[in-house]
Design a protein around this ligand. Structure first.
Ligand code: ZN
Length: 480
């Protein structure tokens, strides 16, 4: 079995194969840091994380880049008429754009850590790469793919016949669909801006054709190629990035290099909340911090986002979060049950001299196979979770879970959680040294059958905030 991913450009499943195995170079369209990222944005970031974790779990070394857009992302569908989102936020908040970007970038990192999203290797910021963008625009002009008009620079889409292939739009359709008055400077309504001139803009840089700021699409082409090279293995984003953003990235990048830009394009479907498009005005707009503020754990949100395949439309509901919490409670209960059965230390598997029973091992192997097959099938995390729960149920039902099985099961869960990132596997913190020495004295008293001393010691342990449960495997301390 090998990993198969659905490719948006080819519109079919393709076996995954890095250009220069085994290293995988992956670029994820990241947040525009003008406000808190919402739960729909995190759908796309979760896909990036699931892909990164799956690739690493399968043994590929990954270099992951997620860009931070802090200039040039225009509001409105018609990007030519819109206002830069960062500038709009700066004016609204009365702060410099850099301060607005810094603030929401930090908030993004807090939110993503709460969801267990691993650190990418690079988070390039568009404002740190403007000289590279100016150079790319200069080369596109030089090669005849772009033209200058009134201090602005546009990409000429007629010079790139494949324009429209990713989104399935033909040039005729694109032109017919242009809804707004054509910018006087443009030759073609769908030519997109590489460089914008705006004397009122709060962020401006010098360029040979005049002061201004870069277009959003050129940012991603320049930053991805600067950090990962001219051809990427994987590029991800939300489906709303397909057009015009990714379509334009392909045109610019391939016009610059003459080489295929991306091998695998992956896009998440739009998320709905309560069956509708999420909107502040509809009252169904959620940020991660809103959900944490309602008392949900980050891993619960993560679990819920994982439980729908990335190419299916997720309908996010608060009831769904409650179900995710119940599923995680079941996993936590299973972990505690395994611990009680003597599976405290997965590393010390051989110490009992008791081999794990054959039916248990068959069930574990089967679960491992199904888990991997599900991920290999275009990252079907919901099917992977189903395999995990079947294993949980089979292990509870099986009569043969002793210490060796419990340890093997805990080790297995730890391995799967490298992909899932939702389990609580670390041992709960043990009692402090004073309590431990009282427990040792109590164990000694009990071996002498000195029940009075044992009870006195139990009372002292209790005063220190711990209770003692006596079981077949000895004393177990538990926090009160
Ligand atoms: Zn992008």
């Amino acid at each position: 079995m090998a990993l198969v991913l659905h490719d948006t450009l080819e519109r079919r499943d393709l076996p995954f194969e890095p250009l220069e195995p085994p290293r995988v170079r992956m670029y994820n369209c990241g947040p525009t840091v003008y406000s808190y990222a919402h739960i729909g944005n995190f759908c796309a970031f979760m896909l990036a994380d699931l892909l990164r974790r799956t690739l690493e779990w399968e043994g590929y070394p990954v270099t992951q880049v997620m860009n931070i857009t802090d200039v040039g992302h225009l509001t409105e569908d018609d990007v030519e008429a819109g206002e830069d989102k960062l500038v709009a936020a700066a004016l609204r908040e009365g702060k410099p754009p850099r301060a607005v970007a810094d603030f929401y970038l930090e908030a993004f990192h807090q939110d993503r850590r709460a969801l267990g999203i691993l650190d990418a290797h690079h988070y390039p910021r568009a404002t740190d790469h403007v000289p590279g963008m100016v150079e790319a625009v200069r080369r596109l002009l030089e090669r005849g793919h772009a033209y200058e008009a009134q201090g602005e620079v546009y990409f000429d889409i007629t010079t790139f016949p494949a324009y429209g292939r990713l989104s399935g739009n033909t040039l005729d359709e694109l032109n017919a669909g242009a809804r707004v008055a054509v910018h006087a400077a443009k030759r073609n309504p769908r030519d997109f801006a590489l460089w914008k001139r705006d004397t009122r803009h709060l962020m401006q840089w010098d360029a040979p054709w005049g002061r201004g700021f870069p277009g959003w699409h050129i940012e991603c082409s320049v930053m991805s190629m600067a950090l990962l090279g001219e051809s990427l293995d994987i590029h991800t984003g939300g489906e709303d990035n397909i057009f015009p953003h990714h379509e334009s990235e392909i045109a610019q990048s391939e016009a610059l290099t003459g080489r295929p830009f991306v091998r695998h394009w992956l896009h998440t479907r739009h998320l709905l909340v309560d069956g509708r498009k999420m909107a502040k005005s509809a009252g169904n707009f959620h940020t991660v911090r809103d959900l944490l503020g309602r008392g949900h754990e980050g891993r619960t949100v993560r679990y819920l986002l994982l439980s729908t395949h990335y190419r299916q439309q997720q309908n996010f509901t608060l009831a769904g979060l409650d179900q995710a919490r119940a599923a995680l409670a079941r996993l936590d209960g299973f972990v505690a049950w395994l611990r009680e059965r003597g599976g405290e230390s997965p590393a010390a598997g051989a110490s009992t001299g008791h081999e794990a029973a054959a039916p248990f091992h068959a069930s574990l192997d089967e679960a491992g196979r199904r888990f991997r097959a599900a991920l290999d099938d275009d990252l079907n995390a919901s099917a992977a979770l189903a395999a995990l729960f079947d294993f949980v149920n089979a292990t509870y039902r099986g009569a043969d879970a002793g210490p060796a099985e419990a340890r093997a099961a805990l080790g297995f869960l730890g391995d799967l959680d490298r992909v899932l990132g939702v389990m609580r596997l670390e041992a709960p913190a043990g009692p402090p040294a004073e309590v431990r020495s009282l427990l040792a004295a109590r164990a000694e008293a009990r071996s002498r059958k000195d029940w009075a001393a044992s009870d006195r010691l139990r009372a002292r342990v209790r005063e220190m905030g711990w209770e003692v449960l006596d079981g077949p495997s000895g004393q177990r301390p538990r926090r009160l």
